[in-house]
Design a protein around this ligand. Sequence first.
Ligand code: ZN
Length: 298
Amino acid sequence: MSEEEARKAFQEIRWADTKGEPVCPRCACMAVYGYKTRPLFKCKGCDHQFSVTSGTIFASRKLPVSTYLLAIAIFVNAAKGHSALQLSRDLDCQYKTAYVMAHKIREALASEQQDMTMEGTVEVDGAYFGGHLKPANWKENRIDRRLAKNQNGKRRVVVIMRERGGRTLPFVFKTEGESVPTIEARVHPNAIIHADEAVHWDRLHMFYLTKRINHQESYSDGDACTNQAESFFSRLRRAEIGTHHHIAGPYLEAYAAEIAWREDHRRVSNGEQFLIATNAALAHPVSRQWKGYWQKGR
Ligand SMILES: [Zn+2]
């Protein structure tokens, strides 16, 4: 795709309502000048000068527009996620650039989940990530890594709420039990919850009709199961082991949200996934977290 075609494609996605005709992002005015020599627009109403990516998550970009289109296409096609190192090789750009670009795409995709609530049948489950301690070399120096006093405090649990035939909503906590208030806030009181035998889910019975499955006995007893939640964790675990190798720490929630998006759109064609992701990126405002990330002295 030539740069001009790529810009045209971006325009058509960002300003779909006006069939690709630019609209001023500052005052929503449609009377806009174009320039012959530069790919910029100027608003007749407020004199604001803008490009096709101004005011979106890709604002202040330095690479050609076609690179961003390619980045989104590569990103959505990777079922288990795509590492920044690999993306930098695909796009022939620096690792730091690819790292921030991938996180911006993740942030835009996660915006779908911001105010999402669940109803109907909802599966709830948690899985632990991070905080790995390497066992000591000599057997006599090894410690019991299961004990809290011997852990490094970095282990976190991703708790998932998954609507049957609907959407997926992940959150990160220190312990599974801490997630109950969030579940209460996000799941409609009329919903039926399916959870496993872990004791901290007992509290869910106070708020919901809750069905329990004892995983020591079976994964599905014909009445209760959390297999949909498990398949989310399977994909997240594959992203951890196969792609990123390390997804714990401050960005665990971002990776979990990305995998939830992938699970929810797994039956949608690649072309449609690409359109949804590009749309999300162009509808998402400038990222407070990722704008100028490497200039903040990291
Ligand atoms: Zn304007």
